[in-house]
Design a protein around this ligand. Structure first.
Ligand SMILES: [Zn+2]
Length: 416
């Protein structure tokens, strides 16, 4: 019985199909170039004196019905009548790069596969070696920023990621976002030192320096100094999630101390009733089930201070959630600090100290809070990248992978 047949266009410009063959390795399509010229490698003139064929090459192409496809071609050679001794030049076709064993369409497909994925994953699924995939990445993705491809940025972000779980081995990620909210990876730096960050910021082209409206950082004195010394007029803003982590840690410490106390003062039965209190304490009241609220209320009965700590922590989050301007935020935060002092909630003392050092960057958040999507979105993205990039210690490679996830997503999928 014959199988139903279909015809699909090959979609490679200026070629004619000579032959099509099923082999154990897949479908081999032999083509010839229909273009009758080449550009002389010496003088650059267009030449059309045919001089025979090069050795046959076989390039991997996009699979069809989950079967490998290979394009086989004998590149044409042309001779230059203008240059001394008539040198010959191999014709270049736009659909493959002579340095690559794949067609360009195939390589772009693999790059799209790499977005939000890992080398080993794509290697497994596409039956390519890791070295082969790295070759593809190197042919298409730079290892550092190409400023000519970056439109004017209005926000810069400085983030750090630990390269190994639990290790103190940090790299710094510098990113940017345009007015249109398009994100760009700008650098992966080897350490968190002020001089390292400063050296990079000094490479910002002058027009970029003029356009930047804010730099988002976490509470790192080195970053702050690096920004102040290179971009003295640009306001620094501390990501509200770093601020939140700070005061939430204060509240958590108080909870731990109280739990420790209760373990020795409560009966075993009463203490057992507090099971799950840690998770309940970390969540806002409305996010808790009735049962969790019950556990929390029991905890508060035994440790009334924790009730105040919990309430004040949520009040502080509420300030960051509310649509107020910078001056209103400053006032609200100062009132909050007065209140915790009056209530004697010493657990927040560390946050009060932080406020002393970082007041301006903290309240700068309220200037353009409509842009918080940038910080949140990027932080989430970097968290995901971090999970996937454990094991990549080469900064250039790390840059390429983040590029694929951030810029590549736009560039590679633009026509899809
Ligand atoms: Zn020539």
């Amino acid at each position: 019985m014959t199988q139903p047949q279909i015809q699909i266009p090959l979609d490679l410009p200026n070629v004619q199909v000579e032959h099509c063959e099923q082999t154990p390795q897949g479908l081999v399509i032999t083509v010839v170039s229909t273009s009758q010229t080449a550009v002389c490698r010496r003088c650059g003139r267009t030449i059309d004196k045919f001089h025979g064929y090069d050795k046959e090459i076989t390039l991997r192409h996009l699979p069809i019905f989950d079967r490998p496809v290979w394009i086989r071609i004998k590149p044409k050679r042309f001779q230059c009548p203008h240059c001394h001794k008539g040198p010959t030049t191999t014709q270049r076709c736009e659909w493959y790069d002579p340095k690559s064993p794949h067609t360009k369409a195939y390589e772009h497909w693999i790059l799209r596969e790499l977005v939000n994925s890992t080398l080993s994953d794509v290697s497994l699924k596409r039956d390519l070696t890791v070295a082969c995939i790295e070759g593809i990445i190197d042919r298409h993705v730079q290892r550092q920023v190409d400023w000519s491809t970056v439109p004017n940025l209005e926000l810069l972000g400085i983030d750090e990621i630990a390269l190994k779980k639990g290790h103190k081995d940090f790299v710094v990620i510098i990113s940017g976002v345009t007015v249109k909210r398009e994100k760009f990876i700008l650098a992966v730096l080897p350490d968190r030192k002020k001089e390292t960050v400063k050296s990079f910021l000094e490479t910002l082209p002058p027009d970029q320096r003029e356009q930047v409206r804010q730099v988002c950082i976490d509470m790192n004195e080195g970053y702050r100094n690096a920004v102040q010394e290179t971009l003295p007029n640009v306001p620094i803003v501390v990501d509200r999630f770093h601020v939140a982590k700070h005061y939430r840690d204060c509240a958590d410490k108080a909870r731990k101390a109280e739990m420790k106390r209760l373990k020795t003062t409560l009966s075993e039965h009463d203490y057992a009733q507090l099971k799950g209190a840690m998770w309940a304490f970390r969540k806002p009241w409305i996010a808790l089930s009735e049962e969790q609220q019950g556990v929390l209320l029991q905890l508060f009965q035994h440790a009334p201070t924790l009730k105040e700590v919990y309430i004040q922590r949520e009040v502080l989050t509420g300030i960051f959630e509310s649509r107020i301007n910078k001056a209103q935020a400053e006032q609200a935060l100062m009132q909050w600090l007065e209140r915790i002092t009056a209530l004697g909630l010493n657990c927040f003392a560390a946050f009060a100290t932080t406020w002393g050092h970082w007041r301006d960057p903290i309240i700068n958040y309220f200037v353009r809070r409509e842009t918080s999507g940038f910080v949140e979105g990027l932080n989430n993205k970097i968290k995901v990248i971090k999970r996937r990039c454990y094991g990549i210690y080469n900064l250039g490679r790390l840059f390429q992978h983040i590029w694929l996830d951030i810029q590549g997503r736009r560039v590679l999928f633009a026509d899809h």
